[in-house]
Design a protein around this ligand. Structure first.
Ligand code: GTP
Ligand code: MG
Length: 193
């Protein structure tokens, strides 16, 4: 897809801030620090559009980015960041659940996992949830620039064994591996709307 425009629209801290113009949405989900905001920037070819950081928990709100005036990329806060308080962790659960179940605008869920490690318990829970709800989704194994080609193959197979009902794409926001393939999937999901 040719990116003609990509702009940050707003941050939502509660339901009353959610966007209501009905444009289709693509959501980025995954544990804190896995690389959601980086993936979004990499797909759009705009380095600093979504804020990224080495500090887990950078993205605390639901952030909307309008692409080509046609659809939204939705950057969600990460889960599983141990250092935030218990209350904040359950807030994530509630806010995410509410968002993920209540949005007919969502045409594709992009679940990120770290290509270097086996999926965590929370990764598997989210994946189960996506599969059970028959939510259109893709699993993106990111940071694969940290692995050799052989290791990528191995990890893809290992993740595939744990998430047998999901398509898996190896990705790197640093090198752009997997970018064309992922755009293909995004394009297809938008055509269905
Ligand atoms: N080498 C490498 N580093 C990456 C990649 N993607 C993200 N990173 C790094 O990982 C760190 C976290 O990236 P973010 O994009 O901020 O992660 P996030 O999932 O948005 O994190 P939260 O907003 O805290 O949930 C940053 O230091 C990024 O530079 C990648 O594909 N390769
Ligand atoms: Mg982020």
């Amino acid at each position: 897809m040719k990116i003609i425009s990509a702009e940050f629209v707003k941050s939502a801290f509660n339901k009353s801030h959610w966007i209501t113009d009905g444009r289709p949405e693509i959501a980025f989900l995954g544990r804190s620090n896995v690389g959601k905001s980086s993936l979004l920037n990499s797909l759009l070819g705009r380095k600093g559009l979504a804020r990224t950081s080495n500090t887990p928990g950078r993205t605390q709100s639901i952030n909307y980015f309008l692409v080509n005036g046609l659809f939204y990329f939705v950057d969600l806060p990460g889960y599983g960041y141990a250092k935030v308080s218990k209350a904040m962790r359950s807030d994530w659960g509630e806010m995410a659940r509410e968002y993920l179940t209540g949005r007919s605008e969502l045409v594709l869920f992009i679940q990120l996992v770290d290509a270097r490690h086996p999926p965590s318990e929370l990764d598997l829970q989210l994946n189960d949830w996506l599969v059970e709800n028959e939510s259109p989704h893709i699993v993106v194994a990111t940071k694969s620039d940290k692995l050799s080609r052989n290791e990528i193959k191995k990890q893809e197979a290992a993740i595939g064994e744990e998430m047998p009902d999901s398509k898996i794409i190896a990705y790197s926001s640093s090198t752009g591996i997997g970018r064309d393939e992922l755009w293909g999937e995004i394009g297809r999901s938008l055509k269905k709307t």
